[in-house]
Structures are given as C-alpha cells and as structure tokens.
Design a protein around this ligand. Structure first.
Ligand code: SAM
Length: 369
C-alpha cells in the first residue's frame, strides 16, 4: 500500500514507466521474439567491465584473475587466431557474404595495451571500486564492457589523429588513450559540466606528461558545427551520440529523457544524431574511418541515422562512403556478448541475463572521397 503523503507527490506516470510502455510498443515490433528476453535483462542489474589502466602501478590484474575475471579482449583475439589456425572458415564465409553485400571487410588489429576484465557468463558479482596508486592514478575504470567495442572497431593505428565528437564523461576517450597509439586526440562534448567531468576522468587515469597540448585537446563545442571548425582532418572519428539511453531510461526517474517535459528533446534525437554523424564524416580525412555508436536498440536512432547520413554525405557534400563490415569483431567477441542476428547495417550487442551488457549499436564507415 502506498502512503498517502507519497501518493500525492508521486508522478502519475513516472518516466521509467513511460519508457517501458514506449519500448514495449516499438521494440515488440522491431525486435519481435528477441524482445521479451532483452526486456528482462534491461530490467535487471547490468554488468560492468574493468578497463585496465596501463599507466597505473596498482593494476591488480592478479587480484582480478583470482576473482575469476578474464580479459575479454585478449581472450577474443587468442580464440580467433586459434580458430584461424585451423583455417578460419567462418571468417571466409562472412568475408564472402560481406563482399556479396557490397561491404568492405577488414581484419581488426588491436593494441595489447587495451585490456578489459569481465566476470564469467552468468557470474553477477560486482567489481570493487578502483583505488588510486601512489601517484593518484586509478587501476581500472568501470564501464559497460560493450562500450569498449566502438573503440576496438575504430581500429586506431600508430600515429593516428582522432576526434571523439561526444566524449564526456570520457570512458571511450580513456580506452582510446590506453592503446598508446594515438598521436593526437581531440575530445569534445557540448556540455561544459560534462567536459569538466571528462577532464577529471582523464587526469585520474593518465599521467600529466601524456596530457599535453601537443597530444590532447579538450573542447566544448556543439559537435554539429564541427564541419565549420575542421574539415578532412582526422584519421579516425568516434561519434558516440546522445540517445534514449534505454537502460538508464528504464531504471532511473532522475534525468530521464522520457520525462514529459523532455518529449520534444527526445523526438528530435534522430535529427541531432544525423547532424552529429554528418559532422563527424566531414571532419574525417578522405580514407579516414568513422564509427557511429549509441546505447539504444532503436532502429530510428541506429540504422536509419546511418542510412540517411550516407545519403546526405553524398548528395550535399560529395563524400562517398563505404560501410565496413564488423563481422570479424562479432566473431572475436561472440563468447562475451550477445549480438543481434544479422542487421542490415552495423552490429548491436543485445542485453542478456547471462551477459547483461549493452545495448550498444555500432556501425563503421570509411571515407572514399
Ligand atoms: N562517449 C562518452 C563516453 O564514452 O563516456 C559518452 C557520450 S554520451 C553517450 C553523449 C554525449 O553527447 C553527452 O555527454 C552529451 O553531453 C553530448 N552531446 C549532446 N549533444 C551534443 C552536441 N551537439 N555536440 C557534442 N556533444 C553533444
């Protein structure tokens, strides 16, 4: 029974309930038989990954291993090369299929410095909070392990210049810096308060000598205007856009985009996402690669945005793009994450009770002109 005092102040339609109604209506149709199990996972506690800080002297790898954790990135790489040793048929098949679909497939390399520990499937223990070492740097950063995938898909090479267009609070910028391959990173976020948080995160993990003006620029511009700031400039661009953050929207009434007062903002998300992706495409150099990512299952905010951006880039800016297949990444990490079966554009980690990561959608584009 609800106490009267609370009943009077409690909103009739809490945003979390509105979010669930909205998702039932849209995802029930878009995801069909997959939706009931994704729904249960979304309403349950999510799992984290511990992104190891290579710059900290207190990286308690042994401690994590004793707890039964494993580095899903290196495990995936080793497993795939083992399968490859016995002639990687599945890769050949997916390569042939990708070619038939007109997609470009490229093998992913990765920096051995990038490590992210997770508990085994079905193990729902939590990580202890990370501790600062003698220099004040934390040993690991807790984040949705599937959020590392857009960074892996970006496939940075030694000496690359990288733009992270919507970077705060900084998990992905931090993962990119862990590779120690990047010559120059520009981390941008339009929110000044969130940019401050991003700075704090980077300062708590990366030694000062790696955060100089020559290697890192932190800005608070409206990312949609980036084309007017810099064109054809970056080897790699990450466009990790604001979205309906499905998991948060179902679990937290605070700062919830399904709050009635934010209906307009929510409805205009696909347009904002499209403008951000187009700006990211323009900021990349010809030959450069762009990864678009969200943490929603929504077709309107995922595949539709990418489709429109490819079309508009060509029509309005004469930029031709190629979709790069991320099937090799799915092959590598299929033992850690549940991926949606064959999307026509991009890949998506779908939440599952035994591996409750995501949702994360990602799609990779390469500029041909
Ligand atoms: N990449 C971040 C990370 O890994 O920690 C998370 C990014 S979050 C999904 C989306 C971010 O986009 C928010 O921090 C928000 O402030 C920012 N944002 C919203 N509108 C923007 C705009 N027009 N330009 C740049 N950033 C924007």
């Amino acid at each position: 029974r609800v106490k009267e005092k609370w009943a009077a102040t409690r909103p009739k339609h809490p945003p979390t309930r509105l979010a669930l109604q909205h998702f039932d209506a849209t995802y029930g149709t878009e995801l069909g038989s997959l939706w009931p199990s994704i729904r249960i996972a979304l309403l349950s506690e999510k799992k984290y990954g511990a992104l190891i800080n290579v710059f900290s002297s207190d990286v308690s790898l042994a401690e994590l291993q004793v707890q039964g954790c494993r580095d899903f990135i290196n495990d995936g790489v080793v497993q795939t090369s083992f399968e490859g040793g016995a002639k990687n048929e599945s890769s050949d098949v997916s390569m042939a299929k990708a070619e038939a679909d007109g997609l470009q497939e490229s093998p992913l390399q990765h920096s051995p410095n990038l490590q992210c520990f997770v508990f085994q499937r079905g193990d729902i223990r939590r990580f202890k909070p990370a501790r600062p070492d003698q220099f004040g740097l934390f040993g690991y950063y807790l984040m949705d392990a599937a959020s590392v995938l857009p960074c892996l898909a970006l496939d940075v090479k030694d000496g690359d210049t990288v733009l992270d267009l919507c970077a705060a609070p900084g998990g992905k910028s931090l993962a990119l810096l862990q590779t120690q391959l990047i010559r120059f990173l520009c981390a941008n976020d339009s929110s000044v308060s969130r940019t401050k948080r991003l700075k704090q995160v980077l300062q708590s993990y990366i030694p000062k000598q790696f955060l100089t003006e020559d290697t890192l620029r932190i800005t608070s511009f409206d990312g949609t205007m980036w084309g007017e700031i810099e064109k054809n400039a970056f080897d790699r661009v990450l466009v990790d856009v604001p979205c309906t953050t499905d998991r948060h929207s179902l679990m937290e009434d605070d700062n919830n985009i399904f709050n009635k007062s934010r209906t307009g903002e929510r409805r205009s998300l696909p347009q904002l996402q499209l403008e951000l992706l187009l700006a990211g495409i323009i900021a990349a150099c010809p030959g450069g690669e762009i990864v678009y990512s969200t943490c929603t299952l929504s077709l309107n905010q995922n595949q539709s945005v990418v489709e429109q951006a490819i079309h508009l880039a060509q029509e309005q800016h004469n930029i031709h793009l190629q979709v790069v297949s991320l099937r090799p990444l799915v092959q590598m990490f299929k033992n850690t994450f549940h991926f949606a079966p064959e999307l026509h554009l991009g890949e998506m980690v779908i939440p599952h009770l035994a591996a409750n990561f995501g949702p994360i959608y990602l799609c990779k584009l390469r500029r041909l002109t």
